[in-house]
Design a binder for this molecule. Structure first.
Ligand SMILES: CC(C)(COP(=O)(O)OP(=O)(O)OC[C@H]1O[C@@H](n2cnc3c(N)ncnc32)[C@H](O)[C@@H]1OP(=O)(O)O)[C@@H](O)C(=O)NCCC(=O)NCCS
Length: 198
């Protein structure tokens, strides 16, 4: 089975450097992971203390599935983008990867999530040696910001899993599912030249 562990290379965009996490990122990671608007929107509880962030950072470093999103101008880590197994699909990582992202509220609305997610899609479908068949992504019903990021990346809407999860601060939520196949990437995104310049 494909292992992502050694496979997340540094990726650059105009304003961002996506790179593997390192121990020095702990303070930056805690800064956005403790924010009450960040974790719950992605389905997890805000970090109550820096030890929780340390635990998460250690797993990010050892698993190698999550990029630190470094803002080039400030050199600060302002978020994460991860690629994981999609547990809702009965296939392994060699066929389907699921993308997730969070950013510090200090940089919301600047287009960073879209810029980073598009770069990761380009890496997956145009640069990975054995790309997966499909990349999935999802957002909870209340998360219009994430919905816009997904739409701007060109994902196809699949449907809604109603009452999919109990989300911290939000209760029982529907999950909106989207995906993009290799073929869709090449046909729709690359041929239309939608975001090749990122
Ligand atoms: C979701 C998230 C990553 C988006 O990051 P971002 O860098 O602000 O995203 P972008 O700037 O690329 O795009 C945001 C879009 O949402 C729109 N938006 C902002 N506030 C909005 C609101 N209240 N309602 C609807 N849309 C909104 C923006 O206008 C923009 O769309 P546009 O380009 O069409 O104008 C960020 O809000 C975040 O980290 N949220 C908490 C964690 C989270 O939700 N993660 C995703 C889990 S699925």
């Amino acid at each position: 089975m494909r292992r992502l562990n050694t496979q997340i290379p540094p990726l650059k965009t105009h304003r961002l450097l996506l790179r593997p996490y390192q121990e020095e990122d702990l303070t930056d990671l805690f800064t956005f992971c403790c924010h009450p608007q960040v974790g719950p929107a992605a389905g997890w509880i805000p970090h109550e203390n820096i030890s929780k962030s340390k635990q998460v950072l250690v797993s990010f470093i050892s698993q190698g599935e999550v990029w630190a999103v470094e803002e080039i101008k400030s050199k600060q880590v302002v978020g994460s983008i991860g690629l994981h197994q999609d547990k809702a699909r009965a296939v392994g990582k060699e066929f389907v990867l699921s993308m997730g992202y969070v950013l510090s509220p200090a940089v919301w609305g600047m287009g960073y999530a879209t810029e980073g997610a598009r770069r990761v899609l380009r890496y997956i479908f145009s640069e990975m040696e054995n790309p997966p068949e499909l990349v999935s992504v999802a957002h909870y019903d209340f998360n219009d910001r994430s919905r816009r990021v997904i739409e701007k990346c060109g994902f196809k809407f699949e449907g809604v899993i109603r009452k999919a999860a109990i989300v911290p601060e939000h209760g029982l939520c529907d999950s909106w599912k989207y995906s993009m196949t290799q073929r869709e990437w090449h046909q729709t995104v690359v041929q239309e030249g939608t975001f090749l310049k990122d």
